[in-house]
Write a protein that binds this ligand. Structure first.
Ligand SMILES: Cc1ncc(COP(=O)(O)O)c(C=O)c1O
Length: 375
């Protein structure tokens, strides 16, 4: 069996590890270095200076590249990865098409910094059937699926083909799905980007991001940007993220099955205004998600009748930690409307299902909903 034929659960455990070498650790510890020993021509060494490269980074990038099916370049945050894709590629007069319901940081970067420099930014809802038509004449298409926080799903292959037909490059934010749930590069995308601050690291303890490019030349351009912008991740974070990658499949297995069970329980209630989870056969995203994703994810969104009830739910839960972000082993949730940037109802909750025992977690959510409804 070639390495590429192993299943995800095996690949995440082994990806990026060096060959076995007597007396050395499986995953070598982080290399802390600004300059490296270097005599003579710089080309004679793989590592010359920390901003140009680091063996800890090289190993993690090789693991991510293997999982996404491309060449990975790591950045100190998901937003640094977004900036590395968009800022050097868009010039005055170019047209960027992006979902109006994608991660708010991507939208605000586009409508502030890019629009100010003369880039035309077209924002269209992920689920809008007119999305494909909005792509005509675009220079760059940004996609995110499932969308954050609405959990709408777009047809990646259809939109990527449409973008390529008009000569546009395409990047997909794969943060929600992870490379174990969806492989945008296999569907033709030029870039698959993700915030590794979420599932990839999975323990709510670091900030990191990456971009995987289908073409090695695009990866080289990303490295060039990283060197010039000084957008370099620290070795300790990178090492922690690589260590955590080994459990990604196990964590997702538990989290996705609990998310499915929770979504089904919530959908059976009559006191919620809506429940969204792509794994529910009744969900508007279900058909496309079943075709495109190998897992439905760990985010369940539901809407209580009012802002007050949603706040009471969050206060009453003991196992759902109130916090922004998602993808960690600890279940967490927030009333998304508190940020003001998303088109959601005041009682809309985005919940990230963690690794707690499913029975404990579901019981806790149900008791918190009962408290929320009781006044
Ligand atoms: C879908 C998505 N993309 C990108 C980002 C940005 O990532 P980071 O916070 O690591 O900069 C986030 C952060 O929440 C996100 O949810």
């Amino acid at each position: 069996m070639a390495d590429s034929e192993y299943r995800d659960g095996t690949r995440v455990v082994r990806a990026g590890l060096p060959e076995a070498d007597q007396g050395t650790p499986f995953l070598p510890g982080p290399t802390f270095a600004a300059p490296y020993h270097l005599s003579g021509p710089p080309e004679s060494s793989d590592y010359v200076y920390g901003r140009y490269g680091n063996p800890t980074l090289t190993r993690y990038e090789s693991a991510l590249g293997e999982l996404e099916g491309g060449s990975a370049v790591v950045f100190p945050s998901g937003m640094a990865a977004v900036a590395a894709v968009l800022l050097p590629r868009l010039r005055p007069g170019d047209v960027l098409v992006a979902p109006s319901d994608c991660y708010m940081g991507v939208r605000s970067l586009s409508t502030s910094h890019l629009a100010e420099r003369g880039v035309e930014v077209r924002l269209v809802p992920t689920a809008d059937p007119g999305f494909a038509d909005a792509i005509d004449g675009a220079s760059f298409v940004w996609l995110e699926t499932p969308s954050n926080p609405g959990l709408d799903v777009c047809d990646l292959r259809l939109l990527i083909d449409r973008a390529h037909a008009t000569g546009a490059l395409v990047a997909v934010d794969n943060t929600f799905a992870t490379p174990l749930g969806q492989r945008p590069l296999e569907l033709g995308a030029d870039f698959s980007m993700a915030s590794a601050s979420k599932y990839l690291s999975g323990h709510a303890d670091l900030i990191l991001g990456y971009v995987c490019a289908r073409e090695p030349a695009e990866a080289e351009a990303l490295v060039d940007w990283r060197i010039h912008a000084g957008s370099v991740a620290a070795p300790f974070e990178v090492w922690l993220a690589h260590r955590s990658l080994a459990t990604l499949d196990v964590r997702l297995e538990r989290e996705c099955s609990t998310a499915q069970a929770l979504a089904e329980r919530l959908a059976a209630r009559d006191d919620l205004e809506s429940v969204r989870y792509p794994g529910l056969p009744s969900d508007p995203s279900h058909k496309l998600a079943s075709r495109q994703m190998t897992r439905f994810g760990t985010i369940v969104c539901f809407t209580l009748p009012s802002e007050e009830q949603a706040e009471r739910f969050l206060a009453a839960s003991r196992l759902v930690t109130e916090a922004t972000s998602f993808g960690g082993v600890h279940s967490s949730a927030e009333r998304r409307g508190r940020w003001g940037g998303d088109a959601v109802a005041p009682g809309f909750i985005r919940m990230s299902v963690g690794c707690e025992h499913p029975d404990d977690l579901i019981a806790d959510v149900e008791q918190a909903l009962a408290v929320a409804a009781s006044r």
